[in-house]
Write a protein that binds this ligand. Structure first.
Ligand code: HEC
Length: 115
């Protein structure tokens, strides 16, 4: 089966969206990458790696996220993105993940490298 589709795999890969593109599609409407709270619905996501959840000053987080004691790393970010409501019930991020596991991974790895 893999051999039969071998010719199409490179084509699919070259069309794969980068982490930055996935971010623009799935997150950018609600989140900026700056580190100060902007005018968007969600908190800024720059400099996220090893940041404690719900610690951007001036942003009004949900009670649930503030009580979570989470720290943003690749595993926690992937858990959050795969299903925010299961990860931290009663959070305020109104988001349903429409990405594949592989896309989520690519996006999360890219995001955690942004200053
Ligand atoms: C519909 C708007 C919306 C979309 C789309 C969205 N978010 Fe959020 N996000 C929020 C809101 C609102 C919060 C604050 C949640 C809370 O306080 O419970 C949040 C919180 C977060 C946090 C916690 C940040 C912190 O300071 O602790 C992370 C990480 C996050 N979002 C990542 C993402 C990523 C990555 C995407 C894209 C895959 C995304 N979000 C898409 C609205 C959104």
């Amino acid at each position: 089966m893999l051999i039969a589709t071998g010719l199409t795999i490179p084509a699919v890969q070259s069309e794969a969206l980068s982490g930055a593109q996935l971010y623009d599609i799935a997150c950018e409407a609600c989140h900026s990458l700056k580190s100060a709270p902007g005018h968007r619905v969600g908190p800024p996501l720059g400099n996220l790696l090893d940041r404690k959840a719900a610690t951007i000053e001036g942003y009004r987080y949900s009670e649930a996220l503030r009580a979570s004691e989470w720290t943003w790393t690749l595993p926690t970010l992937l858990a959050w993105l795969s299903d925010p409501d299961t990860a931290i019930p009663n959070n305020a991020m109104n988001y349903v993940n429409a990405l594949t596991a592989e896309e989520s991974q690519r996006l999360a790895e890219w995001l955690l490298q942004q200053p």
